[in-house]
Design a protein around this ligand. Structure first.
Ligand code: URP
Ligand code: ZN
Ligand code: ZN
Length: 460
């Protein structure tokens, strides 16, 4: 099967030009002006932006967490992502404390194998680093193509590891060419503040926010960058939300240290005032919590300064009924919110259309940098000869509004209900096959491939 996309405005992290793209099978074969080739299918992209499929490197599908499971399956989550122009996700496997990493992979494969519509990979979350775990790291990097290892400095008693384990893991991961991801907040402080608020009868969602003040994130981020500076292990801070934490990274760069930073779309556009809506605030109970307007400004600036490298979602949806588990106690509200379908359109609308970031920056943080950092570039994350034909055709002018009534994520509310956006995903190709067209998904579960990733590169 061959496809010719004609006359689109092609945007990559560095380029912006009008040309045709010729695709054969899964791969981009040629790019040029008025290509003289015959194809099985022609798509007229006049007036459309044509950019690489989005990569969301931070999602939690069908994940056991806080006494329940996140509500998107691998099928519904990867399909919803495609509707929103995201062709590849990186999901998290969680090691069970006391068990091996191999056991965890087996469990996660049981839920994901043959179920994905879009392409996917895994990070491995190490929640119990010991002599046995240490022996498994090389296998994951070299044999499984799982080259990034997630650590939690919070969720005390469930997922958190201590600094001793952290340093040991960093040394091992560094030795084999991998990367450490971190949820960088101070778990002990948060645990203390959470208990204190509960004991004082402060049980509303607002106290989730007040139990995780900015200092808990700033302190842990600084500790993490010091540890990766010491071990020289490449590090990636997930879902960074605030000025204090970003300044810790800024300071690290003064000593010429490289550290990658991800923020998420919600931290750029939503703020903590949503926690004042009584229990409705549970929709935005996530960790870290939403912050202040000044933090949004810091994050947009960080993107333009090149200190924030990736905009992800931390998509971790729960049905309203699941959120009600914490009706009488904020600490029992499952943490997370749905966004995988909305990320690209919101980032375009709030970022590019409002003049906060350029089109090239949009592609850089939503597509190219995730591919580079996580060892998939140039196969993924760009439009170039030889790359997978993961391509989005986007109408930059179409206005529409977001709603649970029309989204495809398996969750019965939207964190962005009624939000007016400018720009709409029209057609999505995944490895040369038309996956989304005219609001319809044309591929089924099992189409999505597990993508083995390379060792971590330092190309950005
Ligand atoms: O609230 C969140 N972020 N839920 C998912 C787990 C995590 O910390 O990433
Ligand atoms: Zn986290
Ligand atoms: Zn997460």
């Amino acid at each position: 099967m061959s496809v010719l996309i004609k006359n689109g405005r092609i945007i990559t992290a560095t380029d912006d030009y009008i040309a045709d793209i010729f695709i054969e099978g899964e791969t981009i074969r040629s790019i040029g002006k008025k290509l003289d080739v015959k194809a099985d299918k022609e798509i007229d992209a006049t007036g459309k932006l044509v950019f690489p499929g989005g990569i969301d490197p931070h999602v939690h599908l069908d994940m056991p967490f806080m006494g329940t499971f996140s509500s998107d399956s691998y099928e519904t989550g990867t399909r919803a992502a495609l509707y929103g122009g995201t062709t590849m996700l990186i999901d998290f496997i969680l090691q069970k404390q006391g068990n091996t990493l191999k056991d965890a992979l087996k469990e996660w494969k049981g839920r994901s194998d043959h179920n994905c519509v879009g392409d996917y990979s895994f990070h491995m979350a190490v929640t119990d680093f010991n002599d046995n775990t240490k022996k498994e790291i090389r296998h994951f990097i070299e044999e499984e193509g799982i080259t990034s290892f997630k650590t939690f400095m919070a969720y005390k008693g469930a997922l958190m590891i201590d600094d001793r384990q952290m340093i040991g893991l960093m040394e091992e991961v560094k030795q084999h060419g991998g990367l450490i991801n971190v949820h960088a907040t101070n778990g002990d402080m948060i645990d203390y503040l959470t208990q204190k608020n509960r004991e004082e009868g402060k049980l509303a969602p607002l106290y989730h926010y007040l139990s995780q003040p900015e200092v808990t994130e700033a302190e842990a981020s600084e500790r993490f960058v010091d540890m990766i500076n010491y071990t020289k292990c490449p590090g990636y801070i997930v879902h960074l939300t605030c000025e204090g934490a970003l300044n810790a990274v800024r300071n690290a760069t003064r000593r010429n240290q490289k550290v990658f930073v991800e923020t998420c779309i919600q931290y750029l556009i939503l703020d903590a005032s949503l926690y004042e809506k009584d229990f409705e605030g549970a929709k935005w109970v996530m960790s870290p919590p939403l912050r202040e307007k000044k933090d949004q400004e810091t994050l947009w600036a960080g993107i333009n300064q090149g200190i924030v490298n990736v905009v992800a979602t931390d998509h971790c949806p729960f049905m309203w009924e699941q959120k009600l588990m914490g009706r009488d106690d904020f600490s029992k509200i499952p943490n997370g919110h749905p966004a995988v379908e909305n990320r690209m359109e919101l980032l375009y609308s709030e970022g590019v259309a409002k003049g906060r970031i350029t089109l090239n920056k949009f592609v850089e943080v939503a597509c190219t940098n995730p591919a580079k950092i996580f060892g998939m570039f140039p196969r993924k994350g760009t439009i170039a000869v030889g790359s997978d034909a993961d391509i989005v055709l986007f109408d930059p002018n179409e206005k529409h509004s977001l709603s649970a009534a029309t989204h495809h994520m398996n969750v019965d509310y939207s964190g962005y209900e009624g939000w007016e956006v400018t720009g709409k995903v029209k057609t999505v190709l995944l490895r040369g096959t038309i996956a989304i067209d005219n609001n319809e998904c044309l591929i089924g579960k099992g189409f999505g491939k597990f993508i083995k990733r390379n060792k971590v590169s330092q190309v950005i």
